[in-house]
Design a protein around this ligand. Structure first.
Ligand code: FUC
Length: 796
C-alpha cells in the first residue's frame, strides 16, 4: 500500500496524472510552428511561447499596437451622392450597373494589428536533452517547460499577470549554479535595442499605414507627430550567479534560479488621440517594471492566479465517464479526429475558449481581434483586424453565457467609438442624417467606413453597412444577461438608438410597398440571376432585414425597460411590421436573396439569412416553425464542410434548432486535427478544424472558431430569452450524463444542472438581481420568482 502511494505521488509530482486532463495542454516536444505554441495573455499583453531548449522564442504582442493613427471618417464626403443612381439601377433590375456603381461607395481599408517583438532566451547549458515536457495549465494560466541535461533538471514557468501588468519567466536548475543564459530582443517593426542599467530595452514605432510589403519606412521614426510608439523592457532578478550584458543582450551566468520580468507598453491613448503627440510608451513600461520588480515571484504568482481564477472558476463542466487514454494534446487531438471518445478533450476545448477570452479581452475599446492578441506577422491574414460581418461578433458569443461578462466590455467600448466615426459614415457614405453606421471592417481607430480602397475592391464583401445593427445587439445581450440598468441607461441605449436610427433612414419602399435595404449585399456570397449574371449588389437581402429586425426588436425592448422614448419606440414598431417578409424558396430553404435565385456557391461559408435563428432569436422552432424548418433545409443544402468560424456558427444554429446530435457532429468536426500551415508533410491535413495548440483553423488561424465553438457548448446545454430558460435543449446522445455549473441565462440568472441517462435530475437557479423566469425542460414548465441573490434548487 505504501508503495502504491509513492507511485501515485510521483505521478502527481511529475504533473502527469493518468486521467486525461480537462485543463492542461501538454506536449513532449517544443513548438516548431506558431500553431504549436502555447499562448498567455492578460487582456493587453500577449506572449506566444515556443519552449525551445537551446533557444526559447517568445513572441510579444500588445493589443494596442496597430498601424495607423486616428481615422479621418470624412474621407469620401460625396460618396452618398451615388446612392440614388444605384437604387435606380436596381429598380430597373440592372444589376451589372448597380454593382459597378456600388464601388463608388467605398473608402480606405482597415489598419493592421502589429507584432511588437520577439524575446529569445539562448541557453548556454548544452548537452543531450531528455524528459522534455511542456504544458499550459488553463486552471491557473501558467505555462511550464522542463527537461534534463546530464542529470540536471531545468524548469521554466511563464505567466502574464493582469494585476501587475508584467510577464514573468522563472528559470531554475536542480543543481546549484547550473543555469546560464542570454536574452535578446528584436522586432519586425522599426526598433532600437540598448542595454542600460541592466535593463534590456527596445523602443520602436508601428507603421503609419499598411502599405505594400508592409515595409515600415525609416523616416517614420523621425516624424514625431505620427504613429504608435512601443517599448519593451526586460530585467532579471537573480538569487545567485551573476548578471551579464553586452550592448544588445542581457543574461545570467552560473545561477540556480533567475526570474525574468518583461514589461511592454505602447503610446496608444484612445481611438481619437494622436499616439505620437499625446501618448508615451517607455515611461509606462518602466513604471510597471519598477513596481513589479520590487515584488517577489511568489507574490506576483499568487496575485496572478487569484485574478485569473476569479473569472475562470465561475464555470465548470463534467461530461461523465471517459475511457480515453492520457496522451499529449497533439496526439490526443489526432486520436479524437479518428472518431474516438474523449469527453475531457471536449471540456478542455470549451474551457480553452474561456481561457482565450479572459487572456485577450480586458482592454476597453480594443476587443479581441481576428487572432485574439497573438500575432507574429508583419502582414497578418486579413490584417488581423475586426471583420464585422461575423468574426468580431463571434468572438463574443461566449462572453455572457459562459459567465465572462466583464470580457464583453472591450467590444462594447469599440461600439461606443464606432458610434462617433459612424455618424460621419452614415452621412457621407449613405446620406442618412440620423444615427451611426459601421461597415465590413474596423480597427483600433474605430474605422467605420465601407472598405475597398476607394472603388478597387469587390462589393461582395466591401459594401455592407449593417455592422451597426448587428453590433448594437451586443449591448442588449450585455444588459439582458447582467440586468445592469445603469449601463443601459447611461451608455448602451443611446448607442442602440443610433444604430436603429440609421436603419430607419436607410430603408426604402419596394414595389410591393414593403420596406427593404437598397443597395444591399449578403456577406460575402454572390447570387446568379436567371440570365446568368453573377453579382452581390441587390435589394432586400434577407441578412440585412434580419439584422434590422433584431436591432429594432432589442431597441424597443430596451426603451421599455428604461421606460423612455415612447414615440421612437412606436416608430420602430410600425416599421418592423412593414419589412419585406421572409421568403421560402423552391428548395424549401430560407431565401438569401430577394428573389429565389441560385447562389454562386450553394455551400458558401456565410449564412447571414439565418441571423434571426442565431445569434438573433426571432426565428425559433416553437415561435416560427416554418422558418425554423426552412433554416434547417438551408443548413442541409450548405452541408457541414466549411471554415472554422463557419463551423462555430453552424454548431450554434443546429443547437438553436434543438438538434443536439447534429450540433455535436459538427462540434467534433471543429476539433478535427489540422497541421500547422507551414508544416511540410506528405499528406497534410488541412481545412477547417483545430491546430495542435487547439487554435481554430479557418485555415489560417482565426480565434473566432474557438470562441464560437465554446459558446455552442453552452448553447447546447442552456438557451434563454428574457422570459424563459430552456434546459438541455440540444443535449447530444454522446453527453449522456454530466453536470454544469455557472452558465448564465438572460434575465440575470445563473444555472447549474445535473443530468443522467439524458434526463435532467437537478437544477439550481441563482438570481443576480431578482426576477421571474420560466424553466422549460421538454414539455414541462415551471415558473420561478427569485429575490436578488436567491438560489433555488429543484429536483426535476
Ligand atoms: C470574413 C470571412 C472570411 C474570413 C475573414 C476574416 O470575410 O468571410 O472567411 O474569416 O472574414
Amino acid at each position: 500500500m505504501k508503495k502504491l502511494y509513492i507511485v501515485f505521488a510521483v505521478f502527481i509530482f511529475c504533473g502527469k496524472l493518468t486521467a486525461q486532463s480537462t485543463h492542461k495542454l501538454w506536449y513532449k516536444q517544443p513548438a516548431e510552428f506558431f500553431e504549436e505554441t502555447l499562448v498567455l495573455g492578460n487582456g493587453k499583453m500577449g506572449a506566444t511561447v515556443f519552449g525551445g531548449v537551446n533557444s526559447d522564442k517568445i513572441y510579444l504582442n500588445d493589443i494596442t499596437l496597430w498601424s495607423g493613427e486616428p481615422v479621418n471618417a470624412n474621407m469620401n464626403p460625396e460618396a452618398y451622392k451615388n446612392i440614388p443612381a444605384i437604387r435606380e439601377a436596381l429598380k430597373n433590375e440592372n444589376y451589372k450597373l448597380a454593382e459597378e456603381l456600388n464601388k463608388k461607395v467605398q473608402g480606405k481599408n482597415a489598419e493592421s494589428f502589429a507584432p511588437l517583438g520577439t524575446l529569445e532566451i539562448i541557453n548556454s547549458n548544452k548537452g543531450n536533452v531528455t524528459n522534455y515536457y511542456r504544458e499550459l495549465d488553463i486552471s491557473n494560466a501558467i505555462s511550464k517547460v522542463s527537461y534534463e541535461i546530464d542529470g540536471v533538471k531545468y524548469t521554466r514557468e511563464y505567466f502574464v499577470s493582469a494585476p501587475d501588468q508584467i510577464m514573468i519567466i522563472k528559470m531554475s536548475s536542480s543543481k546549484k549554479g547550473a543555469l546560464s543564459f542570454d536574452i535578446n530582443s528584436s522586432s519586425l517593426l522599426q526598433s532600437k535595442v540598448v542595454v542600460k542599467n541592466n535593463i534590456l530595452e527596445m523602443n520602436g514605432v508601428a507603421p503609419i499605414h499598411e502599405n505594400k510589403g508592409y515595409a515600415v519606412l525609416p523616416q517614420y521614426l523621425n516624424i514625431k507627430e505620427r504613429g504608435t510608439r512601443y517599448a519593451s523592457l526586460i530585467q532579471i532578478k537573480n538569487t545567485d550567479g551573476t548578471i551579464t550584458s553586452t550592448d544588445k543582450t542581457l543574461g545570467v551566468k552560473d545561477a540556480t534560479e533567475a526570474v525574468i520580468y518583461v514589461s511592454i507598453a505602447t503610446s496608444f491613448k484612445g481611438f481619437d488621440v494622436n499616439p505620437s503627440i499625446d501618448g508615451v510608451a517607455e515611461p509606462i513600461a518602466k513604471s510597471n517594471l519598477n513596481k513589479a520588480f520590487s515584488k517577489s515571484f511568489d507574490k506576483l504568482k499568487s496575485a496572478h492566479i487569484a485574478d485569473y481564477q476569479k473569472f475562470h472558476n465561475r464555470v465548470s463542466l463534467d461530461l461523465g465517464k471517459t475511457t480515453a487514454p492520457d496522451l499529449p494534446t497533439d496526439e490526443r487531438l489526432l486520436r479524437y479526429a479518428e472518431g474516438n471518445e474523449d469527453k475531457n478533450l471536449e471540456i478542455l476545448y470549451f474551457q480553452y475558449g474561456r481561457y482565450l477570452l479572459i487572456s485577450s479581452s480586458r482592454t476597453l475599446g480594443v476587443p479581441a481581434n481576428l487572432q485574439g492578441l497573438w500575432n507574429p506577422y508583419l502582414n497578418p491574414p486579413w490584417s488581423c483586424d475586426y471583420t464585422t460581418n461575423i468574426n468580431v461578433e463571434e468572438n463574443y458569443w461566449l462572453a455572457e453565457n459562459t459567465n465572462l461578462s466583464e470580457m464583453h466590455l472591450p467590444l462594447l467600448g469599440l461600439i461606443k467609438n464606432l458610434s462617433v466615426t459612424g455618424k460621419v459614415t452614415a452621412k457621407t457614405f449613405y446620406g442618412v442624417d440620423k444615427g451611426w453606421a459601421a461597415a465590413h471592417n474596423s480597427d483600433i481607430w474605430a474605422m467605420s467606413n465601407p472598405v475597398g480602397q476607394f472603388g478597387k475592391e469587390d462589393p461582395m464583401w466591401a459594401c455592407w453597412p449593417l455592422a451597426g445593427a448587428w453590433l448594437s445587439t451586443h449591448i442588449w445581450e450585455h444588459y439582458v444577461f447582467t440586468q445592469d440598468k445603469n449601463y443601459l441607461k447611461n451608455e448602451g441605449y443611446s448607442l442602440m438608438k443610433g444604430a436603429a436610427e440609421f436603419c430607419l433612414g436607410w430603408l426604402v419602399v419596394d414595389k410591393n410597398g414593403n420596406l427593404i435595404t437598397s443597395p444591399s449585399t449578403s456577406p460575402e456570397n454572390q447570387y446568379r440571376t436567371p440570365d446568368g449574371f453573377v453579382g452581390a449588389t441587390l435589394y432586400g437581402g434577407t441578412g440585412d432585414l434580419a439584422m434590422i429586425r433584431e436591432c429594432f426588436d432589442k431597441t424597443i425592448k430596451a426603451s421599455k425597460v428604461l421606460n423612455i422614448d415612447a414615440d421612437f419606440r412606436g416608430k420602430l414598431e410600425e416599421t418592423l411590421v412593414k419589412l419585406h417578409p421572409y421568403q421560402i424558396g423552391k428548395k424549401g430553404n430560407l431565401q438569401e436573396w430577394y428573389f429565389d435565385w441560385e447562389d454562386k456557391d450553394p455551400k458558401h461559408r456565410h449564412q447571414s439569412q439565418l441571423f434571426g435563428l442565431f445569434p438573433g432569436d426571432h426565428i425559433t422552432p416553437s415561435k416560427t416553425p416554418d422558418l425554423a424548418e426552412a433554416s434547417r433545409k438551408t443548413l442541409e443544402i450548405k452541408g457541414d464542410e466549411t471554415t472554422g468560424w463557419s463551423k462555430g456558427w453552424r454548431i450554434n444554429l443546429w443547437a438553436r434548432l434543438w438538434d443536439g446530435n447534429r450540433a455535436y457532429k459538427m462540434f467534433r468536426e471543429l476539433l478535427r486535427y489540422v497541421d500547422p500551415d507551414k508544416k511540410k508533410t506528405d499528406k497534410p491535413r488541412r481545412g477547417g478544424g483545430t491546430y495542435p495548440n487547439l487554435f481554430d483553423a479557418h485555415p489560417p488561424f482565426q480565434i473566432d472558431g474557438n470562441f464560437g465553438g465554446a459558446a455552442a457548448v453552452a448553447e447546447m446545454l442552456v438557451q434563454s430569452n428574457e422570459n424563459e430558460i430552456r434546459l438541455l435543449p440540444a443535449l447530444p446522445d454522446a453527453w449522456e450524463s454530466g453536470s454544469v455549473k455557472g452558465i448564465c441565462a438572460r434575465g440575470g440568472f445563473e444555472v447549474s444542472m445535473e443530468w443522467n441517462s439524458k434526463t435532467l435530475k437537478t437544477v439550481s437557479v441563482f438570481s443576480k438581481n431578482g426576477g421571474k423566469t420560466v424553466l422549460i425542460y421538454g414539455d414541462k414548465k415551471q415558473t420561478v420568482t427569485l429575490k436578488k441573490g436567491q438560489k433555488l434548487e429543484i429536483n426535476w
